[in-house]
Structures are given as structure tokens and as C-alpha cells.
Design a protein around this ligand. Structure first.
Ligand code: NAD
Length: 371
């Protein structure tokens, strides 16, 4: 079976750069040879799985963020990571001991990259230990839990960010810039297609207890989040239809395919699809009165490719997680404001919409969304 990553990587090609926002240039030029003497965010990664590994590799090229610690339940992985990333013993924890990060002055933030349903308790424990938290998407498995995470971080006076790497991706940002500048005119329609064919039926992504759902939590969330940043408004209603072709693999509470539609206050509508049973689905399309914008692939690890009614998008490919971590360090350490929010409140909005989609699919009713 093809993994999501295999699929997404097959869609890549190379793209040359012409235009890019200054903020992204500053961050994406970071590497061991470029000079930087500003503040550095010292990060411990919790969950040394496939995405944690990707983030760790990308962080080698960060200038404002540095991997300094690990939290894992597997001692052999800790040893490997220590050797690979030069991590001292005093910065290594397991899931029982990580509250002790509280008394470690050499760690500023913990990046939680574990299965979805674990995020809630782990983020709250990190907050109580007084460290900033970056949490992978989906931030949690429902809006109530997400709000508790936001509240716990506020109470502890630490920042909570969600790993929305596309919020720093240059072609995505260019479309957002064009839309904000009025170059596309009034937005009328968005289509977001997000899916891949999932393999091993025993993996945590197909276990409701750990995943909180199925494709929607994992990949459909990109269409939801994308609809919001491409249209530039918050949806006010949703309708949804669920299809299940394999109830053995996609058990009760684990969605295989959901189609959903949004209405926006300005009159735009969106039509989206989230699935674990179709390949080649990674496409955003925005239609507006004066033009259109398309990203395909739209949310994979890149290179993202796209065009608008004005021509091909030529912003350079950047390693998403490198830029994300440099930019997040800027947000945490210097109070920088990202063009599209990546805070806990942003994560809760997506979760409120997911709650509404599940309700709409279950009842067949149009559900109002209040964010
Ligand atoms: P993975 O299965 O590869 O890694 C999960 C890690 O969590 C493993 O190291 C595993 O040992 C650990 N773990 C701790 N407790 C566990 C438990 N009770 N059961 C199972 N594993 C446990 O998964 P992944 O692909 O790295 O995904 C982790 C998180 O990252 C998810 O929330 C996922 O949505 C997110 N993710 C985000 C992106 C992105 O592009 N932003 C991409 C992939 C995954």
C-alpha cells in the first residue's frame, strides 16, 4: 500500500523562485552557514515517529529553533536520537517523567507529535510544567478538549501553537496576498480535495480511541483550514455526506470518506472532500469574480505547485517544517504575528468545524457554525 507521504512526494517536481515575501526569505535562508545571533527557541520533541523525525531533520536547517531534547516511551529511539542530534542525557524524558521538564532551564518549548487523542493531556502537562507548546494537527479530537488546552496554556502563561505548516508556505501566502489585495475580486467558490489511500488497518490512524475519527481528523482538516484561509472568512453553515465502502477497515466512528459544503457570510460557498480511500487528491481551487487560483499539490510536503488567472506561481520551494519552526520561534520569542494565525484558538476553530461536520453527516441536517 502506498503511504500518504509516498503519495504526496510522488506529486512533486521542481520549481524555480521569482517572488517571495521578505519574512519567508529571512527564515528560509537559514542554515548552518548563515549568520544569526538572535534568540533561539530550544525545543524538545515528544513522539519520535515518522512526522517527529521529519521535523527533527528539517530543524537542522533552522536558525531560530534548535532541537535540544526528546520525550519518548522507547529507550532505543532516545539513544538513536541522542547520537544523531547531539542531545544530552539531561534533556531526555519518557511519558512518565516529562513533567520534570519544569526544572530544566535548557528547554523552552515542547513539540507534541503523538497520536491525536493524546495531545490534550500531553499539552496540558507541558503547560503545567511552564513550557511553551507546539502541538500537531489536529490539535485535539473535539472542540471542548481543544478549548481546555487553550485555557490551560493561558493559565500557565505559555504560548500554544498548532503545527499548521501551510500557513508559512510561499505559494499559499501569495494567493492569500492576492485575495487580500483585491486582485482576484470577490471570492465566490472554493474546492478542497484532500485524501489518500491508507494502508495497514491496524495503525493508530484507524483506531477511534487514538485518532478521534478517521480521514477528517488527519487529512480532511487541510480542506477545512484551507477553505478558511483561501476564502478569508469563517464558514457559517455546513452540510455533509458520509460514504463507507469498507466497514471492516473503517469501523464505527472512523470516517472513510466525507463530502462537505460550507457557506460563508459574504455569499461564497465551498465544496470539499476528505477521504482515506482515493489517491491523487491534494488540490485547492478558488474561484472569484476577477480570476481564479489553483494549488495542486496543495498541502503535501512539496514542492507545492500552483497557478492563478495571472499565470504560474513561481515562489520557491522551502522545506515546510524548517520555515515553520523558524517562524514559530519568532512568534514565541519575539511576538511576531504570522499572516495566518497558528495559535490554539485557530486549532479550536477547525475542531468546532469538524464537530459540526460530524453532526451534519450523522443527522443529514444543515448545521450552523459559530466560531
Ligand atoms: P507515527 O505513528 O509515525 O508516530 C507517533 C509517535 O507517537 C510514535 O513514535 C509512537 O511511538 C508515539 N506514541 C506515543 N504513545 C503512543 C500510543 N499510545 N500509541 C501509538 N503511538 C504512540 O505518527 P505520525 O505520522 O508521526 O503522526 C503524529 C502526529 O503528527 C499526528 O497528530 C498527526 O496528525 C501529525 N502529523 C502531522 C503532519 C503534518 O504535515 N503537519 C504530518 C504527519 C503527521
Amino acid at each position: 500500500m502506498q503511504s500518504r507521504r509516498d503519495f504526496l512526494q510522488k506529486l512533486t517536481g521542481s520549481v524555480i523562485a521569482l517572488q517571495i515575501s521578505p519574512a519567508i526569505i529571512a527564515a528560509s535562508c537559514s542554515n548552518a552557514t548563515s549568520y544569526y545571533d538572535g534568540p533561539v527557541l530550544r525545543v524538545a520533541i515528544m513522539g519520535l515517529g515518522s512526522y517527529g523525525t521529519r521535523v527533527a531533520e528539517a530543524m537542522k536547517d533552522c536558525k531560530k529553533a534548535k532541537l535540544v531534547g526528546v520525550i519518548s516511551g522507547t529507550p532505543s529511539k532516545i539513544k538513536d536520537w541522542q547520537a544523531k542530534y547531539n542531545i544530552p542525557e539531561k534533556n531526555c524524558y519518557n511519558y512518565e517523567t516529562f513533567d520534570q521538564v519544569k526544572s530544566n532551564p535548557d528547554i523552552d518549548a515542547v513539540y507534541v507529535i503523538t497520536p491525536n487523542a493524546l495531545h490534550h493531556d500531553q499539552v496540558i502537562r507541558v503547560a503545567k510544567a511552564g513550557k511553551h507548546v507546539i502541538c500537531e494537527k489536529p490539535m485535539s479530537i473535539n472542540a471542548k478538549d481543544g478549548q481546555e488546552m487553550v485555557d490551560a496554556c493561558k493559565k500557565a502563561n505559555v504560548k500554544l501553537l498548532v503545527g499548521y505548516r501551510m500557513h508559512f508556505e510561499p505559494k499559499t501566502l501569495e494567493i492569500i496576498r492576492m485575495r487580500k489585495a483585491g486582485e482576484l475580486g470577490k471570492v465566490l467558490f472554493f474546492q478542497g480535495l484532500c485524501g489518500f489511500t491508507i494502508g495497514d488497518p491496524k495503525q493508530w490512524r484507524l483506531n477511534k480511541q487514538l485518532a478521534g475519527g478517521g480521514a477528517m481528523m488527519d487529512i480532511g482538516i487541510y480542506a477545512i483550514n484551507g477553505a478558511r484561509y483561501m476564502v478569508g472568512e469563517e464558514p457559517i453553515w455546513v452540510t455533509a455526506q458520509e460514504t463507507k465502502t469498507n466497514p471492516e477497515k473503517f469501523k464505527e466512528g472512523v470516517d472513510e470518506t466525507i463530502q462537505f459544503q460550507f457557506g460563508f457570510p459574504g455569499g461564497a460557498v465551498a465544496s470539499c472532500l476528505s477521504t482515506y480511500s482515493m489517491n491523487n487528491l491534494d488540490r485547492f481551487f478558488l474561484d472569484a469574480e476577477k480570476g481564479y487560483a489553483e494549488l495542486y499539490p496543495s498541502t503535501g510536503y512539496g514542492p507545492i505547485q500552483g497557478r492563478t488567472s495571472k499565470g504560474e506561481l513561481t515562489q520557491p520551494h522551502v522545506t515546510h517544517q524548517t520555515v515553520q519552526m523558524d517562524e514559530m520561534a519568532g512568534i514565541i520569542l519575539e511576538g511576531k504575528q504570522p499572516p495566518v494565525p497558528v495559535d490554539g484558538e485557530e486549532g479550536v476553530k477547525d475542531l468546532k468545524i469538524i464537530d459540526a461536520i460530524f453532526l451534519a453527516a450523522k443527522t443529514g441536517q444543515k448545521v450552523d457554525i459559530k466560531l
